[in-house]
Design a protein around this ligand. Structure first.
Ligand SMILES: [Zn+2]
Length: 119
């Protein structure tokens, strides 16, 4: 997949809301998901997407400590913008083509809002 420029990222081990877990359990979700993916893919995994878009400063710290370079959020709070709160648009299996198209439009709007341009 690498030759097609497809990037794999982590979304945790068991898709739990990391902000609700005890610290050690949240750390395992983040750390082991990265090491497992790296082992299977035989390449570095740099990106993490918070399950349910649930993140806080503790979870961000865990993600950074695990070696990820960036984290993706679906619920960006305007007061927090960093490589670990990069905005993304969630696309789901139940989204039909019209919704997919709408989300792409909203995504462009977000891109323009946060970066000052859209591609
Ligand atoms: Zn998810």
């Amino acid at each position: 997949m690498r030759k097609y420029r497809v990037e794999f990222g982590s979304h945790s081990l068991t898709h739990q809301r990391l902000t609700d877990l005890p610290l050690d359990q949240a750390r395992k979700e983040v750390t082991f998901s990265r090491s497992l993916l790296q082992e299977k893919l035989e390449q570095s995994v740099s990106f993490f997407c918070y399950p349910y878009g649930a993140w806080n400063e503790t979870v961000i710290s865990l993600v950074g400590s695990a070696g990820f370079q960036a984290g993706m959020v679906t619920n960006l709070r305007s007061s927090r913008f960093s490589p670990f709160t990069l905005p993304r648009v969630g696309i789901y299996g139940h989204n039909n083509l019209a919704v997919f198209r709408l989300k792409l439009t909203i995504g462009q709007w977000k891109e323009k809002k946060y970066f000052g341009f859209s591609s």
